[in-house]
Ligand binder design. Structure first.
Ligand SMILES: Cc1cc2nc3c(=O)[nH]c(=O)nc-3n(C[C@H](O)[C@H](O)[C@H](O)COP(=O)(O)OP(=O)(O)OC[C@H]3O[C@@H](n4cnc5c(N)ncnc54)[C@H](O)[C@@H]3O)c2cc1C
Ligand code: FES
Ligand code: FES
Length: 1410
């Protein structure tokens, strides 16, 4: 492939493409036919566009593509998914990437607002969000808040919890937001900022002071104790004390006074007030040339849109020939000539197939540039839509037809519109076509059921003519149609509807948006004047290998009276009988799918009866049965007090790299340009769950051009065993322990060749027995040797004294980290002394360094590991990233070349570990009031095949089982199950969350049994200040009871409880739930020696400061906080401090970044180093009072003052002895309380989180805005863990079933609370807190509060069961998926689809939790 400016003569144009990229014309001759737009962009150095999944599900690769649409005679700007877009289809279009908008020095307003309103944490998802919002604004400069939220339906973020992104984006929605500021009471006032950078007040102090204005007293360096208030700097505004304009303003203006009550809103308002105005006229224009190009009106000397016929220049290319006809006759001729050719439209389906199934289509014909396939025509009978209209345009035209012909005639069109809005996401709908959806004949197509129900007819064409086929005769089976190879789908005709006809569509997925259906349907009924059914069609997807019509149900309906209860029973019964599923149906959820078919039919019954005026009991409830999930725009509020006694620490400073992240300038590991001769690693993954490896045959792989080497265990020159327990091999020597385990490495010149070659390697196995789940492991006694037991008090006596002794089980499942940047590393050999540099997306650089050194058999001093930033980690890149670096290092060692490894999302999810699932078996003794007297708990985790950190995780589960409750006598025994699954590992919350979840589930069952409210049981058992935990730790600084009371009052819990109860009395099928949940999270590494931090600080002679410390930046803002600590301690402006990276040659023997201790440990280390430097500089500052710091630093240097200092810190006193029950378990506790309110559709299990209130005690925050971001992000992760994120394995093969965003559902922007309020506890006594500036760790503790959504949902299910009179105990496991929620309701429709025991016998669901 070559790139040049366009000079080729007209005759050779058919093999090159022309497009614009960020305003520049580009011509690519003989483009690589396999290349996606994303690969192309990144190959040109435009690395702002990221690869998050490669399957269209995450939006990290979103770019804007503009084209001139000859059908609509206008320019269309569309956000698209670059990872599924073939480069070759970009001909004639203008591609704008995040780099085309602005730079960190001069950002675009979209970029500026997302950055400064804290919408970017790790930043990996950020360019995608920027581009989605940018595209919306290009199409509509004044969007509504609703439109703004919807534009993010294809973008996932794992860090922020979306709230700050939505807040930032909504500043484009409203004139008040755009130009004004928001007061603490929520009112908005308009104020034009007087000048950029100032506060808006004439003579603002900020505008008058030098960059060193924040240095107190003209530079007197009084270094203060970080645990106390500074003495020399008294006010939080500037050094003018009461003369500061902000203080003046506070006195002058009631509004300003109001603003400082809640500093969070005031900070936000101040930032918004300084935003640049958004001026749509300043955008990059659509090149006029491309309009002429598309219209084919260019002059003779210029190129124009023309048919393409490109033959690959690479014999290994998967696509060898690409043909783009521009007319239907050209297409049919090409198809006749190449009957085996694959037609390509939006490529959204095909791209997935190529990516995930490695399907190859040697000849492709692109059909999306053929006007005849995009025509729309109308007759008196209905509308005919061109087959290759994009789904986005389809939505628009359906709206137009509904408006033109009215609701009755366009029932079918409206039903199509209804399902369309839930198909994929905006980016996919912008390119995907109707034809692609129909022809795929997928069982989960959302259009086919509606087309079937509507009685649509398809027109097919070939060179021999056209034919019309009813869609019911077109779809033959699983991905099989009646279309001949020489035919194309030209159009689909949908008839208008008659009087008495009702059509509706329903869809249920695991996640509300951006998800494929579990069951989807189109339902139609037609009645005559007497409500007698004359026609009916009930079409379903997701219940058979293809879309099906429930003929028996339709027959049962026809001739009956619609509205007559007997008809309903008959139709439901027929439907249930007809759409039976086997217990082991592929994909699982047999009963749920069946329940959905009847539930949808029931909904349709009620709605259609209501529409047709057929009065019946159900029609009265129609208002409850529509789409209650209609998108409600979210709102949010954050609350914290101003920081009056510090200059920098505590303030809501934006993430220091935010502007680089929003502009695509921020570099991640895989953004590094390739070095000369660089090789790529392809992983050979085990296809057996547990087997002896008899042989590995690499012959075919080695024969593939571009393959350089294949490495196995035999090629490990040093120590193959690694990790703390040395119970795991880098590459297995004789046994594979789980499906997906890397067995061998292929080194090749490109990633594609390496991956392809890896699949050619033949591994000979001898299968061994396997264990997957905790329950299996218990029954087979498959445990690691270590046990953890802790007994406190006489449990037998306590149980004997109890009014009730209850027994039960609690379970919480696996959670995948789903960091947006997958695992990657680059190893660069230095060529001498065995030196090697490893740049790795890793949270634990020291373990990486040590392991790489051991694997290679060299001293650790020869290996440097470094990283600038990670695109998210959450614990997943702690130990589990180590083998990835070791693979790259092995490759570099053997070849002497730089080696890169970057995992695909599916490889990442198959190979890396996840959060441990836990099972707790408990026996608890309680009084009749609900007081716990004694507890015996047997706690089991699934550790996977190796120990990794499982023992420490188990310990934390045990030590957090008490959560916030005094349990009197306790006996905990924990075991880690050894199974044939990925080694489970660290994940934000690290066992604590699982322990708390198990006990909170237990409390729910206790409360149910006693007929008490669980909140009451929580209260009665709650620790009081000074209480001892079972681990003999006195609760010092115990604020949970206070926060509980405060939040209960502030969030009006009691009134809302009444309102929820009232709602539930009124509503039959929708139920609300409310839950109030506390948390306490012990801060310290379990392993004592890890509780230490390191820092190295250089003051350069120009006054700039370079800080290095032991923690890695992975979005949590650690570098920002460390820079703030340094700036505060050195009394310098924040801009003077720079942190470049984390590296083992600047800070050695560091602890992993995790356990929420990194700012504690490294913060104090940075402080210690800076304090030493400040002490050394004090004489110079005193001597040179009033001078710039640069001059002071130079003077110190010339005076031979050492301007470098190291800092070290160890957490004092921590260390718990399990045997003696002695020693300090946690240095302190971070605490919080949350209230969640939800609404559940009991017929589908779909739910909305209506409101969440949180209060957190995080001490005196180092950066309140970043910490609020941590709370919101952690909450969303906890919500996902306990609701939508279900990690599954195949029960037959053990293979991971959930390998990407298409099957594993992290929360989307629409899932977060519609009303989200977060408050920091202020004025708490922090005197006992001996941490850096009295702050507390915050990264992990809020995660458990996300489970409040689970418990609120449980409350809603209980309400339904109470209404039905179900008295059986409610046992709910995490996650509470729609399936679990719906089936737990146990209504008639759920019970009638229960598969009887005899039909389950000998069967297991095809996919299982472990
Ligand atoms: C992230 C993601 C989410 C998705 N979610 C959903 C969802 O929620 N619901 C849903 O229904 N689908 C979903 N899909 C599946 C799919 O994208 C859509 O069904 C889409 O409509 C396919 O259209 P396309 O133009 O991209 O097809 P392509 O991928 O280009 O082609 C698909 C098939 O159609 C054939 N084809 C295309 N045009 C013609 C023609 N004129 N004549 C004959 N054959 C033709 C192709 O040869 C190919 O076999 C999703 C896909 C992705 C990637
Ligand atoms: S990388 Fe393209 S959608 Fe995820
Ligand atoms: S900031 Fe969104 S994934 Fe990290």
């Amino acid at each position: 492939m070559t790139m040049s400016s366009f000079t080729a003569p007209a005759a050779s144009r058919g093999s090159s493409i022309l497009f614009y990229l960020n305003g520049q014309r580009v011509v690519v001759d003989h483009p690589d036919l396999d290349m996606t737009l994303l690969q192309y962009l990144r190959s040109t150095g435009l690395t702002g566009t990221k690869l998050g999944c490669g399957e269209g599900g995450c939006g990290a690769c979103t770019v804007m593509v503009s084209r001139y649409d000859t059908d609509e005679s206008r320019i269309i700007h569309a956000s698209i998914i670059a990872c599924l877009c073939p480069l070759v289809t970009i001909d004639g279009k203008h591609v704008i990437t995040v780099e085309g908008l602005g730079t960190s020095a001069k950002p675009h307003p979209v970029q500026e607002r997302i950055a400064l309103l804290h919408g970017s944490q790790c930043g990996f998802c950020t360019p995608g969000f920027v581009m989605s919002l940018y595209t919306l604004l290009r199409n509509n400069p004044s969007p509504t808040e609703h439109e703004i939220e919807e534009c993010f339906d294809g973008n996932l973020c794992r860090c922020t919890g979306y709230r700050p992104i939505l807040d930032a984006a909504k500043t484009f929605a409203d004139i008040a937001w755009r130009q004004g500021t928001v007061a603490a009471d929520g009112s908005i006032y308009v104020s034009e900022p007087k000048a950029k950078g100032g506060c808006g007040i004439d003579g603002c102090c900020r505008l008058q002071t030098s960059p060193e204005a924040v240095v107190a007293d003209g530079g007197s360096a009084i270094v203060h104790d970080p645990t106390k208030a500074p003495t020399s700097i008294a006010n939080g505004d500037c050094d003018k004390g009461s003369g500061c304009c902000k203080v003046q303003k506070r006195h002058d203006s009631g509004l300003a006074e109001c603003k400082v009550v809640n500093q969070a809103e005031a900070d936000k308002a101040a930032v918004i007030a300084r935003f640049q105005r958004y001026d749509p006229t300043q955008e990059l224009i659509f090149p006029p040339f491309l309009i002429r190009y598309a219209k084919r009106t260019t002059s003779d000397s210029e190129p124009q849109l023309r048919p393409l016929d490109i033959t690959s220049t690479d014999a290994q290319s998967w696509c060898q020939r690409y043909i783009r006809p521009l007319t239907l006759s050209e297409l049919l001729a090409a198809l006749e000539k190449h009957p085996d050719a694959k037609l390509v439209a939006g490529n959204s389906r095909l791209g997935m197939q190529i990516k995930l199934k490695r399907s190859k289509f040697p000849t492709q014909i692109y059909v999306n540039d053929i006007p005849e396939l995009r025509q729309i025509s109308e007759t008196s009978d209905g509308v005919t839509f061109g087959a290759n209209i994009t789904l986005a345009r389809f939505e628009r035209v359906l709206d137009a037809f509904a408006a033109k012909h009215g609701a009755q005639r366009t029932q079918s069109l409206a039903a199509l519109r209804e399902n369309l809005r839930y198909i994929a996401n905006s980016q996919i709908r912008n390119v995907a076509t109707i034809a692609g959806n129909i022809v795929t004949a997928s069982p989960i197509s959302d259009l086919n059921p509606v087309f079937l129900a509507a009685g649509a007819t398809l027109t097919l064409a070939s060179t021999s003519g056209e034919r019309r086929v009813p869609i019911s005769e077109f779809i033959l089976g699983y991905q099989r149609t009646a279309m001949r190879p020489d035919e194309v789908l030209v159009s689909v005709s949908v008839p208008f509807n008659n009087e008495g006809e009702v059509v509706r569509a329903f869809k249920q997925a695991k996640r509300k948006i951006n998800d494929i259906a579990i069951v989807t349907c189109g339902l139609r009924v037609q009645v005559d004047e007497s409500q007698c059914v004359v026609d009916a069609a009930f079409a379903y997807g997701g219940v058979a290998p293809t879309t099906v019509l429930a003929h028996a149900a339709a027959r049962a309906a026809i001739g009956s009276t619609w509205g007559d209860r007997a008809t309903l029973d008959c139709v439901l019964g027929a439907c249930q009988q007809e759409l039976q599923l086997d217990y082991a149906v592929p994909g699982g959820m047999a009963e749920y799918r069946m329940a959905l078919t009847t539930s949808f039919l029931f909904k349709f019954w009620a709605i259609s009866c209501d529409t047709l005026g057929a009065t019946c009991a159900e029609s009265m409830l129609a208002h409850e049965l529509g789409d209650g999930d209609e998108h409600v725009v979210s709102k949010a509020r954050q609350e914290y007090a101003p920081v009056e006694d510090r200059v920098i620490v505590g303030k809501g400073v934006a993430h220091l790299a935010a502007l680089k992240q929003v502009t695509g300038e921020a570099r991640y590991v895989d953004d590094m340009p390739e070095l000369a001769g660089e090789l790529h690693v392809g992983l050979v993954l085990s296809t057996r769950v547990h087997a002896r490896i008899l042989g590995i045959d690499a012959e075919k792989a080695l024969a593939l051009p571009g393959v350089v080497r294949v490495l196995t265990a035999r090629d490990v020159p040093g120590e193959n065993h690694w990790n703390l327990f040395k119970d795991e091999e880098i590459l297995p020597s004789d046994t594979t322990h789980y499906h997906g385990q890397p067995l061998a490495l292929v080194l090749a010149t490109t990633r594609k060749i390496a991956q392809e070659a890896a699949r050619l390697i033949f591994v000979d196995y001898e299968d061994l027995p396997a264990v997957l789940s905790i329950r299996d492991a218990i029954s087979q006694s498959s445990f690691f040797d270590e046990t953890r037991q802790h007994i406190n008090g006489d449990v037998d006596a306590a149980l004997a004294a109890a009014d009730f002794v209850l027994e039960g089980e609690s379970y919480c499942g696996v959670q995948e980290h789903f960091y947006m940047e997958t695992m990657c590393a680059v190893a660069v050999p230095k060529g001498e002394d065995g030196e090697l540099e490893v740049i790795a997306s890793a949270q634990n650089l020291t373990e990486t360094q040590m392991t790489v050194a051991q694997v290679l058999g060299v001293p650790a001093s020869r290996v440097i590991c470094r990283v600038k930033r990670l695109g998210g980690g959450f614990g997943g890149k702690d130990p589990r990233s180590v083998p990835i670096s070791a693979f790259a290092a092995l490759g570099a060692h053997h070849t002497g070349r730089s080696v890169r490894i970057s995992l695909d999302r599916d490889e990442d999810m198959q190979t890396s570990g996840q959060r441990h699932p836990f099972l707790g078996k408990w026996t608890v003794g309680v009084t009749k009031e609900g007081r716990i007297l004694g507890l015996r708990a047997r706690i089991y985790s699934n550790g996977g095949f190796s120990r990794d950190m499982s023992i420490a995780v188990l310990e934390r589960a045990i030590t957090h089982f008490d959560n916030c409750y005094h349990m009197c006598a306790t006996d905990f025994l924990g075991r880690v199950c050894r199974t044939n699954t990925q080694s489970k590992t660290a994940f934000r919350g690290f066992g604590s969350c699982q322990g708390m979840f198990l006990s909170e589930s237990m409390l729910c069952e206790v409360a149910d049994h006693l007929g008490l409210s669980v909140e009451g049981v929580r209260e009665i058992n709650m620790y009081q200040p000074g209480d001892l935990t079972p681990f003999n730790q006195e609760l010092v600084g115990w604020n949970v009871p206070r926060m509980w009371t405060q939040l209960r009052a502030k969030a009006k819990y009691d009134e809302r409880r009444q309102a929820v109860d009232e709602f539930n009395r009124q509503s039959i099928h929708r139920k609300r739930g409310l839950a109030m949940l506390p948390t306490k999270f012990g801060i310290s590494f379990e392993i004592d020696f890890l509780n230490q931090g390191m820092a190295l600080v250089h003051v350069y002679m120009d006054g700039s400061v370079l800080v290095a410390h032991g923690g890695t930046e992975m979005g949590q803002g650690l570098h920002t906080k460390m820079a703030m600590v340094a700036a505060e301690t050195l009394e310098l402006p924040l801009e003077s401090i720079f942190i470049s990276e984390t590296a083992t040659n600047t800070t050695a023997n560091t602890s992993p970044t995790g356990a929420s201790v990194s700012s504690d440990l490294n913060g104090y280390a940075v402080y210690n180093a800076c304090k030493e430097l400040a002490d050394r500089l004090r004489p110079y500052r005193q001597r040179m009072a009033g001078e710039l710091f640069a001059k002071i630093a130079m003077a110190a240097y010339l005076d031979r003052c050492n301007l470098t200092a190291t800092g070290h810190y160890c957490t004092p006193d921590v260390g718990f002895d399990w045997d003696k029950n002695e020693g300090l378990l946690s240095f302190y506790h971070t605490q919080g309380v949350a209230i969640a309110e939800v609404e559940l559709d009991t017929l589908t299990g779909s739910h909305s989180t209506l409101r969440v209130d949180i209060i957190m005690d995080i001490g005196r925050s180092l950066n309140k805005a970043l910490d609020i971001g941590q709370i919101e992000g952690a909450f969303a992760q906890g919500q996902g863990w306990t609701t939508s994120e279900e990690f599954l394995h195949s029960s037959s093969t053990g293979q991971t079933f959930t390998t990407g965003p298409s099957s594993y559902k992290i929360p989307s922007a629409m899932d977060i609370p519609r009303d989200f309020r977060v408050e920091l506890l202020e004025d708490a006594d922090t005197s006992a807190l001996k941490t850096i500036f009295s702050s507390k760790g915050v990264g992990e503790p809020p995660l458990f509060l996300g489970a409040s959504v689970f418990f609120a949902l449980r409350d809603a299910v209980l309400a339904k069961r109470r209404q039905l009179g179900v008295t059986a105990p409610l046992h709910m496991e995490s996650p509470a998926t729609p399936e679990a929620l719906r089936m737990a309701c146990e209504d008639q429709l759920a019970l009638m689809v229960r598969i009887p025991q005899d039909l389950r016998e000998g069967k297991v669901p095809s996919v299982i939790r472990i």
